[in-house]
Ligand binder design. Sequence first.
Ligand code: XLS
Ligand code: NI
Ligand code: NI
Length: 452
Amino acid sequence: MEAKPQTMAINLTLGQKEYFPKIKKIKYEGQDSDNPLSFKFYDSEKVVSGKPMKEHLKFAVAYWHTFCGTGGDPFGPGTKSFPWEIPGKPMQSAYAKLDAAFEFFTKLDVEYYCFHDRDLAPEGENVKESVQFLKELTKAAKVKQEESSVKLLWGTANLFSHPRFMNGAATNPDFDVVTFAASQVKAALDATIELGGCNYVFWGGREGYSSLLNTKMKKELDHLAIFLSKARDYGRENGFKGTFLIEPKPMEPSKHQYDFDVATVVSFLKNYNLEDDFKINIENNHATLAGHTFAHEIQTAYNFNAFGSLDINQGDPHNGWDTDEFLSNIYDAIHIMLVILEEGGLKTGGMNFDAKTRRNSTDLEDIFIGHIHAMDTLARGLLIADEILRKSNYKDLKQKRYKSFDKDKGLHFTKNKLGLEELANIASNISEPEIISGKQELFESIINKYIK
Ligand code: XLS
Ligand code: NI
Ligand code: NI
């Protein structure tokens, strides 16, 4: 990772508007601070388990929620007015939004961001104009990245908002729509390559179906695999060295989404031989919608060498859709950090917030508070997980549950050396296995002991 200057100047081009004039650079003030615009736990340069916090966590701001999401929902329009939105002037707004975004990243001291093509630049009158708009904004974003040393964690294409994608993008039954999806992915990949993106994401919001009566599922999956492999080939031929990521989600907007969860995506990738280039971007709120914990999904991805990156939001346990809240659940943060530390870290991935302030959180400072809160939650999770691994007997206790595989016949089994008959013979010659406690409450109490 590149070293960042200790005091990064807040770069405002001469005459450029400052969008958050009342907010200065956010600093670490420690747990006792009452300043909502300060970090209580996130101390970017503090070394934990061998590297600075910022390298463990690699935060990335989600362009769409933070700078485009004004709070509209199915029952009413947006509630937030953003000073970078200039009514009736989409390109001017896009440039203003870019300035606001980089001011925000710099003041928050976050090193990465993520975008969809349509977050960065508006859709034009036709394919050519849309491509041109994105090119112009990419050029401007590149200058901003160079000035600030903020980097692109991933780019992606929005293949779900426009009505043309209502029956799917890569899996649309109409070939013409598939070509429109391809033109967007090509342009978004070009932008990601130009901006040095570490990853490129596919979230298949409309890749799925509502009724099997009108759907040839196998055919649509075959098309999806062809589409992804062509995107991979184009990316590699044009210098993309990063990782392609699939983001699973079980439902919403489609009833049955093809990329249901990590295990489903792993089997899809292996079935179509895509597993070398494609890994997984795991989102907490999507994990819980699939009936899994975030930790379960992350562990599953590591198991199959499919771990890519994270969308670190959270859902609401009392409803069944994607609420994309900022992570405030400390237990989740500890548990995922235990898994990540034990598995050796994020590698080329990062932690994209993919979260929005609530519809009635309408002050501009609320977007800072939301991000600061999530960063502190994860920092706290990291500190606690590190202490648990260093000071408690958590690892030993877990290891001891499997001690019968460390020697003799148990070890032979793990080395693949015992057949079913031999195993059965062993059983006939030993007495009833001992009852051995799983000690779940003890494990849980260890976690809580370290939450100070
Ligand atoms: C929506 C997804 C989306 C992806 C990027 O539920 O989480 O925001 O992260 O397209
Ligand atoms: Ni997401
Ligand atoms: Ni989501």
